[in-house]
Design a protein around this ligand. Structure first.
Ligand SMILES: *[C@@H]1O[C@H](CO)[C@@H](O)[C@H](O)[C@H]1NC(C)=O
Ligand SMILES: *[C@@H]1O[C@H](CO)[C@@H](O)[C@H](O)[C@H]1NC(C)=O
Ligand SMILES: *[C@@H]1O[C@H](CO)[C@@H](O)[C@H](O)[C@H]1NC(C)=O
Ligand SMILES: *[C@@H]1O[C@H](CO)[C@@H](O)[C@H](O)[C@H]1NC(C)=O
Ligand SMILES: *[C@@H]1O[C@H](CO)[C@@H](O)[C@H](O)[C@H]1NC(C)=O
Length: 406
C-alpha cells in the first residue's frame, strides 16, 4: 500500500520520469511531439464545444476562443486526483465508497463520490481528464494536456497537514511544475514549451489545511502569534510568491480558488457542537477574510503582471448560494455527510461503503470535509461561466480563455 516511503518521493520520481521519457521516446522527438501539440490545439470534441456555447447563450456567430493546450492543477484534497495514492499518509481516498459514482465507479484518489471540479473544467476546455503527477507514465505525450500536482493534506504552509503523513506542499508542487517544464524544454525545445505553458490554464485550490491542520489546531501557538488577519496576510504573501514563481516560468493564465465554508463542514459542525445545523460562524468569518485577502492580492498581481491574466473565484460565495437555495438545486440533506459516522456524520471519517448513504446526489457533503460530485459540478459551472452565480473576479474562466479584457 505505502509504496513510496522514502523521504522525498517527488524528487526521486522526477529523476526516474526524466530517464524513462528520454530513453523510451527519444526516437519520436521532436516531430511527433509537435504534431501531438498541434492536435491538442484543436478542441477535441466539437459537439461538446457547440453545446457549451449554446448553454451560456453566447451568440453562435462568436468565433471559437483560442484553444487551451493544457490544464495544470495545484492544490489539496479539493482537487487531488491520485497523488496521495503514492505517499505514506492517512489522507488517501483509494478505497470505496470513494469514487463509486465516478466515470469508472472505482476509487481513484479523488476525495469525492464522483468527479472533482477540475474534471468538469478539463471537459469544458476540450481536454482529457488530467492525470496526477505521481500517477502518470512520465511520458511527455501524457503530460502535454496537463498534469495534476494536488496532494491531499497539503497546505500553503509547508508543515500544514504533516500529522497525517506525507504530502506535497504548495511550494513543492510548484517545484514539480518547474521540473515538468524542464522536461518539456528538453523534449520539444524552449520556444514550443514556452508557447505551451503560456497558453495553458493553471488552477490553484489550496489553503483549507492551513486552517484545518494548522491555525484551528493552534499548532506552535499560532493563534497567540497571529490574529486571523495577520495569518491570512502571511498565507496571501506565500501564494503571491508562488504565483510570481509560476509567472517567471512563463505561466500566464491562472485561476486562484478561494476557500469553501468549512465552518459548515460536518466535521466542524460535530466538533463545535452545532445544535441546530447552524454553520460555525467563527470559522466561516476567518474563511471569508481569507478570500477577501486573496482577492485583494490577485488585484495587486493583475497590476504588477499586466501581461498575465489571473482570476479569483470565491467558492465561499458559490457554496453559500447552494446551501441557502438547496431546494432549488435538488439537495434535501444539507448538514449531514453522505459517508461517515456520528452527529452530522462528521465524527468518524468515511472508511467503508457501509458508512455511506444510498444516494449522494441529494447531499451537499460527501464526507467530513468534502462536497459531493453534485456540488462540484455546480461550482465548476460557476467557475466556467458563472452559470448559477457569479463567483469569479474579474471574469470567469470561459472569458479568460477567450482572451477578454477586464
Ligand atoms: C463528444 O462528446 C459527446 C457528449 O459530450 C459524446 O456523446 C461524443 O461521443 C463525443 N465525441 C467524441 C468524438 O469523442
Ligand atoms: C441550442 O441551440 C439550438 C439551435 O442552435 C436550439 O435548437 C437548442 O434548443 C439550444 N439548446 C439549448 C439547451 O439552449
Ligand atoms: C494556543 O496554544 C497556546 C499554548 O501552546 C496557549 O497558550 C493558547 O492559549 C492557545 N490559544 C488558544 C486560542 O487556544
Ligand atoms: C431526501 O429525499 C429523498 C428522496 O428524494 C428521501 O428518500 C429522503 O428521505 C430525503 N431526506 C431528508 C433528510 O429529507
Ligand atoms: C439519486 O437521486 C436522484 C434524484 O434525487 C435520482 O435522479 C437518481 O436516479 C438517484 N440515483 C440512484 C442510484 O438511486
Amino acid at each position: 500500500m505505502l509504496k513510496k516511503l522514502t523521504l522525498f518521493p517527488p524528487i526521486i520520481l522526477t529523476i526516474i520520469i526524466i530517464d524513462i521519457s528520454i530513453q523510451s521516446s527519444s526516437l519520436q522527438y521532436p516531430h511527433d511531439l509537435i504534431n501531438i501539440i498541434a492536435d491538442s490545439v484543436q478542441p477535441q470534441n466539437d459537439s461538446f464545444q457547440t453545446k457549451s456555447e449554446n448553454e451560456t447563450h453566447e451568440p453562435s456567430s462568436k468565433p471559437l476562443p483560442p484553444p487551451v493546450p493544457a490544464l495544470f492543477v495545484i492544490g489539496d484534497s479539493s482537487v487531488d486526483c491520485g497523488t496521495n495514492n503514492y505517499l505514506g499518509t492517512f489522507a488517501r481516498a483509494d478505497r470505496l465508497p470513494y469514487g463509486r459514482d465516478f466515470d469508472t465507479h472505482q476509487p481513484t484518489g479523488r476525495f469525492c463520490n464522483g468527479r472533482i471540479p477540475v474534471d468538469y473544467l478539463a471537459q469544458y476546455l476540450g481536454l482529457p481528464l488530467v492525470p496526477s503527477y505521481l500517477g502518470q507514465t512520465g511520458r511527455v505525450e501524457d503530460m502535454i494536456h496537463g498534469v495534476n500536482y494536488a496532494s491531499a493534506g497539503a497546505g500553503i504552509i509547508f508543515t500544514s497537514g504533516a500529522e497525517l503523513g506525507q504530502h506535497i506542499s504548495f511550494t513543492q508542487q510548484i517545484q514539480q511544475v518547474t521540473d515538468t517544464f524542464q522536461l518539456f524544454i528538453l523534449s520539444m525545445g524552449e520556444d514550443t514549451a514556452t508557447d505551451l505553458i503560456s497558453a495553458s490554464v493553471f488552477y490553484i485550490s489550496i489553503g483549507t489545511n492551513d486552517y484545518i491542520h494548522y491555525y484551528l489546531r493552534n499548532v506552535s501557538n499560532v493563534q497567540m502569534l497571529y490574529l486571523p488577519w495577520n495569518f491570512n496576510q502571511f498565507l496571501a504573501t506565500t501564494v503571491k510568491q508562488g504565483i510570481q514563481n509560476l509567472y517567471n516560468i512563463d505561466v500566464r493564465k491562472i485561476v486562484l480558488m478561494g476557500l469553501p465554508p468549512i465552518g459548515c463542514a460536518p466535521n466542524y459542525m460535530w466538533r463545535y457542537g452545532s445544535q441546530d445545523g447552524k454553520c460555525i460562524e467563527m470559522i466561516n468569518d476567518m474563511i471569508m477574510q481569507f478570500n477577501f485577502v486573496m482577492k485583494y492580492m490577485v488585484e495587486e498581481l493583475r497590476h504588477e503582471l499586466p501581461d498575465a491574466n489571473i482570476i479569483f473565484c470565491d467558492v465561499f460565495q458559490g457554496s453559500m448560494d447552494i446551501i441557502k437555495n438547496h431546494k432549488r438545486y435538488g439537495f434535501n440533506v444539507t448538514t449531514d455527510a453522505c459517508c461517515g459516522l456520528g452527529k452530522y456524520r462528521g465524527f468518524i471519517m468515511c472508511i467503508s461503503p457501509e458508512m455511506a448513504c444510498r444516494n449522494a446526489s441529494n447531499h451537499i457533503w460527501w464526507d467530513q470535509f468534502h462536497p459531493t460530485e453534485a456540488v462540484n459540478s455546480i461550482l465548476a459551472d460557476n467557475v466556467w461561466s458563472g452559470k448559477h452565480t457569479d463567483m469569479c473576479y474579474p471574469m470567469n474562466l470561459q472569458d479568460l480563455v477567450a482572451g477578454k479584457a477586464e
